[in-house]
Design a protein around this ligand. Structure first.
Ligand SMILES: *Cc1c(COP(=O)(O)O)cnc(C)c1O
Length: 478
């Protein structure tokens, strides 16, 4: 029963649970492949969590082929690749040497290596007794090549891990990049897919990673694209209202406020979405740095705006939970009650509704901490426009015609100054670009410039940030 509990909850356990989970994933993963009769040509360690896996493969090679540890390590690393996913320190598991020995002792005996040798594999400086055992270092040492998940994250990662290759200059650190992409059939709304089916080449669904397949988006009737988007937006607002009224009821609020929640939000209003983990570097509160200024934008008599938030914090991330509290409690302020919604229990289905129905997807992390970010890529497919800090995927995606940029792709050494500048940039881009473009209508009532941006975004970004393109990149470069 104790072992079964290990995988019942991914986050929130102690370090002891964590190292055991990683043994199940890494060593257990290799054993599971073996039990299935699968012998991979290449092992892909997706993040440090699975980095114990190659140790098990080394053990097998030593046992089956009579190799020495050093030869087996060299051989296994030749068939292993590693992807690092975040520059945020909390994303890199580190374990105390005692804990490592306690859990890996038996495997270490079979590998015929010493306590110090094992620990050295997880340390930048193998002999440094003060260094904890880092899973990312282990992954990097046990693989032939490594990649980050966007161009900018590549630069950040090479700098971050340069001390593992002290004799090389930064540009020669063997960490490249393959930018993340999303699985189009999973995130594209049916309504939008039907529209594409009518205008795109017949076989487009099999050519998702090819730019040519998406050029036909410019042939779609602008009114039809707008109608389809608005149908999805109406579905989203219905979904959010149901969730909000359920949340009111669960809190034991009056029937009156449960009823009021059913009529919150307005389909005629510019709708901004923000849904992701509430890690503090993602700065969910940035829009609310100046409450008067944002209240004026939300309640503008002719050009109002509404915002839907969703997200969870890590169980141990108290500052992240505090951010949720602040945003959820905005509903108690009459200036925000009908304009800001917080949807609880964020998960994949909530994400799907949000990214399929919003006009704008907001992303304002503290650069350069968002390694890639993928939710904005999901919004692209459905005609949502990104308004984002030039971080992660957006720093290589934004071209001035396909969405909106917050800031100029720079950062200050002080977080406070960076936050203040980005907050100001966010307000300005909303006031000067997003809101005017959305409400500028032609005689048919269509926001022509906005629809044009939707088309640029879909045609230029959907294929590039699809998992089809990503998998081809992995195939070619591994
Ligand atoms: C896509 C997705 C994410 C990742 O979003 P980011 O933009 O990378 O923060 C997180 N959670 C869920 C449920 C998702 O669907």
């Amino acid at each position: 029963p104790q072992d079964r509990q290990l995988t019942s909850r991914l986050y929130g356990g102690d370090v002891r649970t964590r190292i055991r989970q990683e043994l199940v994933l890494g060593v257990g993963g290799v054993k599971a492949l073996r039990a299935l009769g699968i012998t991979p040509g290449v092992y892909h360690l997706n993040e440090g969590h699975s980095a114990f896996g190659p140790l098990e493969v080394i053990r097998e090679r030593m046992h089956d082929d009579g190799m020495t540890f050093d030869d087996a390590l060299r051989d296994v690393a030749q068939h292993t690749v590693f992807t690092t996913h975040t520059p945020v320190p909390a994303g890199h598991d580190r374990f105390d040497p005692v804990l490592v020995e306690e859990h890996l002792g038996p495997l270490r005996d079979q590998l015929g290596i010493s306590y110090e040798q094992l620990l050295g594999l997880g340390r930048v400086e193998p002999q440094n007794g003060a260094e904890t055992f880092c899973m990312t270092v282990l992954g990097l040492k046990l693989s032939r090549r490594a990649n980050a998940v966007s161009q900018l994250h590549g630069i950040v990662s090479r700098r971050m891990w340069a001390h593992l290759w002290p004799w090389r200059v930064e540009e020669e650190i063997p960490i490249g990049h393959i930018t993340n992409g999303v699985h189009v059939p999973s995130w594209l709304a049916d309504q939008m897919r039907h529209l594409y089916d009518r205008y795109f080449p017949k076989d487009w669904a099999n050519r998702i990673g090819e730019p040519e397949a998406w050029q036909s988006v410019f042939r779609i009737d602008p009114g039809e694209l707008w109608e389809t988007h608005n149908a999805l937006k109406t579905l989203l607002l219905g979904f959010v209202r149901r969730r909000l009224s359920r949340q009111c009821r669960r809190r034991g609020e009056s029937e009156e406020s449960v009823e009021r929640a059913r009529s919150l939000l307005d389909p005629g209003i510019l709708t901004i979405g923000f849904g992701r983990r509430f890690a503090t570097y993602k700065r969910a509160h940035l829009l609310f740095e100046d409450l008067d200024r944002v209240a004026a934008m939300l309640n503008h008599p002719e050009r109002p705006m509404q915002v839907i938030f969703a997200g969870k914090a890590h169980p141990k991330d108290e500052p992240g939970k505090e951010l949720i509290r602040q945003i959820a409690n905005l509903r108690l302020d009459p200036r925000f009650a009908s304009r800001v919604a917080f949807v609880e229990d964020y998960e994949i289905n909530v994400c799907r509704h949000l990214i399929q129905g919003v006009d704008v997807w907001l992303n304002n992390p503290r650069r350069p901490l968002e390694a890639s970010g993928t939710s904005g890529q999901k919004a692209v497919l459905n005609g949502g426009l990104n308004c984002s800090v030039l971080d992660g995927w957006w720093s290589e995606a934004y071209d001035g015609t396909n969405g909106f940029a917050i800031g100029k792709g720079t950062q200050h050494v002080s977080d406070e100054i960076t936050d203040a500048r980005d907050g100001e940039s966010l307000y300005r881009v909303l006031e000067e670009e997003v809101i005017p473009t959305y409400y500028r209508r032609d005689i048919d009532g269509l926001p022509r410039d906005w629809i044009r941006m939707m088309m640029h975004s879909i045609s230029g970004l959907a294929w590039r940030f699809s998992s089809d393109r990503m998998v081809m990149d992995y195939t070619r470069s591994c």
